[in-house]
Ligand binder design. Structure first.
Ligand SMILES: Cc1ncc(COP(=O)(O)O)c(C=O)c1O
Length: 432
């Protein structure tokens, strides 16, 4: 790749690229931030400015950028075997990774692992498995998916069917899987046709794209009991919460819940390469077994399924959890994050600060006492994040909720610095 200056890269981007979730006419009106390198919890731009990666590069990074352990594993693997089709062959990295993922859950209750490429496809596979499994178990009437308002499970058509954020699903109305969105667990409990539900799908403990909204404590356990009572499958979307974000390896461990299907992505490779896993019970897996004539095969997959380089990164990611005692060292950082957020509560425009483990959402409003939000088109959250850049923090909001979800390797000093940057940026944009 030829080295180019920032202005030339910006011009090339504006001429040829189309960014996700981005209004391009706005994007093309300013110079984009060009990220040139990453190290630990920080990213450095093409003009040499360094930022704390306050949202872990869209909730993916775990142990820091370009971690030598992951770089080494990836380099070794790509020099040995870059890719081989998972249709008709297997390879050592996929076998070892599946074994180790299975062992991460108590009692190895989800012993079958299906690999794909991202969070959306992990969910897509889960939904198709659930539908087909019920049909092959003699229950074709179970065709409905239950999800929740505010939910976000990805952008492929099936995953988007469950979405509870209208902006993301309304343009595609009419092409979705049959689904019903419930406003709360109580609302679901009142539903009069539980026998038609194939699966309930939920982001455990905390909804990310809804603005880091916390579920009431105990809700996940109650949902597991509800599903058991009605014979419904429970699909947990741990695409965001998996791999330590909430303080335990998986969020479901906080309420001792084991789902029927667990979806993992983002942090599975430490945030280095795209990979996802859909883990299922032996009962679901067994419902796909039969002769060729019985047509019970799961006809689903992608060209890069179980890519060996991504599997090597994922194995190094798991090794790092042990070698660097990531979860033990995270606990005091969670406490430090709470403590450093405390002074923000007294700022006049703070409506709510929500925290779950090492994830925080700081919501601002025009008048918090009246629950009066800023007009959405003023993009107040985005302007706060822009202002925070000048103080060395890079993050993205969800509407007017500022997300603070840095890599788990972030130091105590970096936590303090990042939260102070948010406080200053809120003051600058919203006023004192
Ligand atoms: C909870 C959850 N599920 C699914 C997804 C989709 O993942 P991906 O963007 O990798 O397709 C996301 C992405 O943010 C997510 O937060």
């Amino acid at each position: 790749m030829i080295r180019r200056d920032t202005a030339s890269l910006a011009a090339g981007d504006h001429r040829h690229l189309w960014h996700p979730f981005t209004q391009q006419s706005l994007w093309c009106s300013t110079e984009p931030l060009v990220i040139a390198s990453g190290s630990g919890a920080t990213l450095t731009d093409s003009r040499g400015r360094t930022y704390l990666d306050g949202n872990s590069s869209i909730w993916t990074n775990i142990h820091g950028h370009s971690h030598p352990r992951i770089v080494e594993a990836v380099s070794r693997q790509i020099a040995t075997l870059d890719h081989t089709s998972f249709l008709g062959t297997t390879h050592p990295g996929a076998v070892e990774l599946a074994e180790r993922l299975v062992r991460l859950l108590p009692g190895s209750t989800l012993p079958r692992v299906f690999f794909s490429d991202n969070g959306s496809t992990a969910i897509e596979a889960a939904l198709k498995m659930a539908l087909q499994s019920w049909r092959q178990r003699g229950h074709p009437e179970r065709r409905l998916f239950a999800s929740f308002s505010g939910a976000y499970h990805g952008d492929t058509a099936g995953a988007a069917s469950l979405g509870g954020i209208p902006t993301f699903f309304e343009p595609y109305d009419g092409i979705h899987f049959p689904s019903h969105r419930f406003s709360s667990f109580d609302d679901l409990e009142e539903f009069d046709r539980p026998g038609e539900i194939a699966a309930v799908v939920i982001e455990p403990l905390i909804q990310g794209a809804a603005g880091m909204r916390l579920w009431p404590r105990g809700m996940l356990g109650a949902l597991r009991s509800y599903c058991d009572r009605h014979g419904i499958l429970l699909i947990l979307d741990e695409v965001m919460t998996g791999f330590g974000r909430t303080g335990t390896m998986f969020a479901c461990q906080r309420e001792d819940v084991v789902p029927d299907i667990l979806c993992l992505a983002k942090g599975i490779t430490g945030g280095s390469l795209p990979l996802a896993a859909t883990m299922v019970t032996e009962t679901i897996y067994a419902s796909f077994l039969g002769t060729i004539e019985e047509q019970k095969t799961f006809y689903y997959g992608h060209s890069y399924t179980a890519n060996p380089v991504a599997c090597a990164a994922a194995l190094a990611n798991l090794d790092l959890f042990t070698e660097e005692k990531t979860l033990e060292r995270l606990q005091p950082k969670i406490a430090r994050l709470s403590a450093s957020l405390e002074p923000l509560r007294s700022l006049p425009h703070i409506a709510e600060i929500r925290q779950c483990g090492f994830i925080a959402g700081i919501e601002v409003m025009r008048d918090p006492s009246l629950r009066l939000p800023y007009p959405w088109h003023e993009l107040t959250g985005a302007r706060i994040c822009s202002a925070a850049r000048a103080h060395g923090l890079l993050t993205r909001p969800v509407l007017d909720t500022i997300v603070m979800m840095p890599p788990l390797c972030t130091t105590m000093e970096q936590i303090d610095h990042a939260v102070a940057a948010i406080g200053r940026a809120i003051g600058e944009v919203c006023g004192q």
